[in-house]
Design a protein around this ligand. Structure first.
Ligand SMILES: *[C@@H]1O[C@H](CO)[C@@H](O)[C@H](O)[C@H]1NC(C)=O
Ligand SMILES: *[C@@H]1O[C@H](CO)[C@@H](O)[C@H](O)[C@H]1NC(C)=O
Ligand SMILES: *[C@@H]1O[C@H](CO)[C@@H](O)[C@H](O)[C@H]1NC(C)=O
Ligand SMILES: *[C@@H]1O[C@H](CO)[C@@H](O)[C@H](O)[C@H]1NC(C)=O
Length: 477
């Protein structure tokens, strides 16, 4: 690359921004002194105006032509161009090679490799091609990266593995002069006897019954059943389901892509069973059944269907990239406390959507307006996942190396109440060691792993300006 003006093109890329030392006053852009389709901008920094050159031009006023086979960059899809000694390959002269990002190939990285071509998803899973990866949407009760696992264990309401002490309810109905207790511990599928189910008190306007599974489990379905009392059928015709990881904050099940609470269709008589699948599955420790419409009274016998999470019992088995780089995490799942614009120019906005590991381009990372500890970037994973680690990376802003050298991590299940990852030794917020340069990957492991839908990175120390590219590691559990 040949130097242009006093800044090298290598430092700036082909889209040069140079400062003009002009002495005239007034609106410096009124007569456009910038050539070759460049944009003239005033009022940024100390210089009267600057020219933002079109691809392939350089110099103070963009009157110089950048030359060389890599200018402008012939490589597509964030591929990088490298000049090589001219070689003859067949009948074609090559003066450059394109180094492609994963998932792209071809002389100019123009081909998006179809990672679904080999049909990696089993059991009716739907494959979606990502950049250098794929994801399987598994029909319940199948789970796993390739939908290879069936999650259909009966969790023990009927069998007894779930103890009485794990079952609680908002209220209990007492029948026959208070002698019959229709307690939650009776809500077991196919329970027999005269008093054989849970019934909420008739005055209870917001009834619920809850199972504490004592650890986080994956639930793929629920089987419900009514009962008969004094010769009359009582059952729950429609219900909602809420779940919690901690027994404090609860989320109501919504189903995939639906904003409203999902209402499940329940029973129609005193005895037959009704199975509903959770698609996608619920990962939780506490599950609550919330009757919406009851026939005579809210009376229930039930079973839960699911499986253990220990498919990936060690973190080594659960450290897939969760989709910053592959774009499984879409732009609208990324947000931040604020967004910086270099010299206030929209073209150079450091969006949170740019915080993807190895992103290329002039503005290729997230950066906030202020460099202080109140700033954050947030990932909404769309559903609860197990998080086992994070990879961070800095970037350069017009040649200036910038990175986050220390950060904290917070997580949430509702996007409102947050827990900061704690240091097991000191009992205070853990400070992760971040980057030391503009490009290398720094990996940190979460020990122990945590479960969350929302993750925030809170920069704590930085070099020059808070600038971050990243990837989250974990698995679908
Ligand atoms: C480009 O413009 C500068 C003044 O802005 C001038 O000194 C220089 O000679 C010009 N170069 C060419 C190649 O036109
Ligand atoms: C309860 O269900 C059984 C079996 O389906 C049926 O024989 C019985 O009549 C039902 N009882 C009531 C009260 O509906
Ligand atoms: C960070 O900057 C913002 C915006 O200037 C300000 O409101 C906030 O108080 C600052 N926080 C800290 C901790 O300095
Ligand atoms: C930035 O990272 C690249 C790639 O690792 C490296 O070649 C370059 O020297 C770094 N730039 C600076 C100024 O440290």
């Amino acid at each position: 690359m040949k130097p242009t003006g006093n800044i090298t093109t290598a430092a700036l890329g082909s889209f040069l921004l140079l400062l003009c030392a002009c002495s005239a006053r007034g609106d410096y852009c009124e007569v456009n002194a910038c050539h070759n389709g460049a944009t003239c901008v005033t009022g940024v920094g100390e210089d009267p105006f600057i020219c933002i050159c079109a691809d392939g031009f350089g110099g103070d006023t963009c009157n110089l032509t950048e030359t060389g086979p890599c200018s402008p960059n012939p490589c597509r899809n964030d591929g990088s161009c490298e000049v090589i000694a001219p070689t003859r390959r067949g009948d074609v002269f090559n003066e450059y090679v394109c180094k492609c990002q994963p998932g792209f190939e071809g002389a100019h990285c123009q081909i998006n490799v179809n990672d679904c071509a080999k049909d990696p998803c089993r059991n009716g899973g739907t494959c979606r091609d990502l950049d250098g990866d794929y994801t399987c949407q598994c029909p319940s009760p199948y789970v796993g990266k390739q939908c290879q696992l069936r999650c259909i264990t009966l969790l023990g309401m009927e069998g007894g593995a779930i103890a009485e002490s794990q079952i609680s309810a908002s209220s209990v109905h007492y029948g026959v002069l208070g002698l019959q207790r229709w307690g939650p511990e009776l809500a077991r599928l196919n329970n027999q006897g005269i008093v054989n189910a849970w019934t909420s008190a008739s005055h209870d306007r917001n009834p619920w019954i809850e199972i504490n599974m004592q650890k986080k489990m994956r639930l793929t379905g629920i089987i419900t059943q009514g009962a008969s009392r004094m010769g009359a059928a009582e059952y729950i015709k429609a219900f909602k389901v809420a779940s919690s990881l901690d027994g404090i904050s609860y989320v109501t099940y919504k189903g995939d892509g639906i904003r409203r609470d999902k209402v499940f269709v329940g029973n129609v008589d005193n005895d037959s069973t009704k199975t509903n699948l959770f698609d996608p599955p619920i990962v939780a420790q506490y599950i609550r059944i919330i009757p919406v419409v009851c026939r005579k009274a809210c009376t229930l016998r039930m079973e839960l269907v699911g499986c253990e999470l220990n498919v990936y019992s060690n973190t080594a088995g659960c450290s897939e990239p969760l989709g910053m780089k592959s774009r499984l995490i879409s732009d609208d799942q990324l947000s931040a406390s604020s967004t910086y614009r270099t010299w206030g120019i929209d073209t150079f906005t450091w969006h949170p959507q740019f915080a993807r590991l190895d992103k290329a381009g002039k503005t290729n990372a997230w950066s906030p307006t202020q460099n202080n500890r109140s700033e954050w970037i947030q990932v909404d994973l769309g559903k609860t996942k197990q998080l086992t680690g994070i990879i961070t990376q800095g970037a350069k802003d017009f040649g200036v190396v910038q990175f986050v050298s220390e950060f904290k991590v917070a997580y949430s299940n509702d996007g409102e109440s947050w827990n900061v990852v704690q240091d097991g030794n000191t009992g205070s917020d853990q400070i992760f060691q971040g980057n030391t340069d503009n490009n290398s990957h720094k990996k940190n492991v979460f020990e122990p792993p945590f479960y969350a839908q929302y993750v925030r990175v809170i920069p704590w120390e930085w070099h020059e300006r808070i600038t971050l590219r990243m990837e989250l590691l974990g698995c679908d559990d």
